[in-house]
Ligand binder design. Structure first.
Ligand code: ATP
Ligand code: MG
Length: 240
């Protein structure tokens, strides 16, 4: 039974329309994404699966407004995001979207705490509130005792938790995770997946996760299969 359906109104949080990306390189034209369309509802946990090179990260980078498409649209809460200018786009990215990468992307020369605090700096929070919130999130993720460490002195799973904590700092409605368990052992990957599931179920966060792990994909609400830059099929996992 779907226990988290109560507060999952069928409100569309994210909508992708005919998204296409073309790269021109010295090797010629590459089209990693061709006319991709789908939408994701509030609180839904969607996985993106597909072979290496099929366009998953290209898609994620556009959902997260890290890159602009060649054509097509992305709507977030009804806003056509690529009509925004760069500064509006970075505000949207900072306040609405949390991005988690396979390689964590932490700043290694500073502490775990500062890494987590970082997105809060542009969020207008006072220094004290920011610190308090960062510590609370680290506690929530079970790594409060690592706050003063440098990221390189943590295990892979702990570093990925720091990246998740950083992604949660501004309380984003949408969490985009590109292979968040890709560098982790099975047990640690399971823990990270459990965290994302909880954020979806208990906190109604919209989650889109790229994974090469079919078992994890089968445990999300819906799996979007990408092949050669197009959607091959979508599988709704009714039992989840
Ligand atoms: N900046 C770029 N310039 C040219 N081609 C690119 C660029 N970025 C990505 N590509 C090409 O686009 C295609 C899709 O790449 P993408 O990173 O989206 O794949 P992916 O599905 O995430 O693969 P993986 O599972 O290995 O992470 C690849 O063929 C890649 O070489
Ligand atoms: Mg990728």
């Amino acid at each position: 039974m779907n226990t988290h359906y109560d507060y999952r109104y069928d409100t569309e949080t994210l909508k992708v329309e005919n998204l296409t990306k073309v790269y021109m390189s010295s090797m010629g034209k590459v089209v990693p994404l061709k006319n991709v369309s789908f939408s994701v509802n509030k609180g839904e946990f969607v996985s993106i699966v597909g072979p290496s090179g099929s366009g998953k990260s290209t898609l994620m980078n556009m959902l997260g407004a890290l890159d602009r498409p060649t054509s097509g649209k992305v709507f977030i809460n009804g806003i056509d995001i690529f009509t925004l200018n760069d500064s509006q786009l970075s505000t949207l990215r900072n306040n609405t979207i949390g991005f988690i990468f396979q390689s964590y992307n932490l700043i290694n020369r500073t502490t775990v705490l500062k890494n987590v605090e970082f997105p809060g700096i542009t969020g207008g929070m006072s220094d004290k509130d920011r610190r308090r919130r960062a510590i609370r999130i680290l506690g929530f993720l079970g790594i409060r005792d690592k706050a003063k460490f440098k990221p390189t002195n943590l295990s892979g799973g702990q570093q990925q938790r720091v990246a998740i904590a950083r992604a949660l700092m501004n309380n984003p409605k949408i969490i985009l995770a590109d292979e968040p368990t890709g560098n982790l052992d099975t047990k640690t990957g399971e823990d990270v997946f459990g965290l994302l599931t909880m954020l979806s179920n208990k906190f109604s966060r919209t989650i889109i996760m790229v994974t090469h792990n079919p078992d994890l994909a089968a445990r999300t609400d819906r799996a979007i299969h990408i092949r050669d830059g197009t959607i091959e099929k979508e599988v709704v996992n009714v039992e989840n």
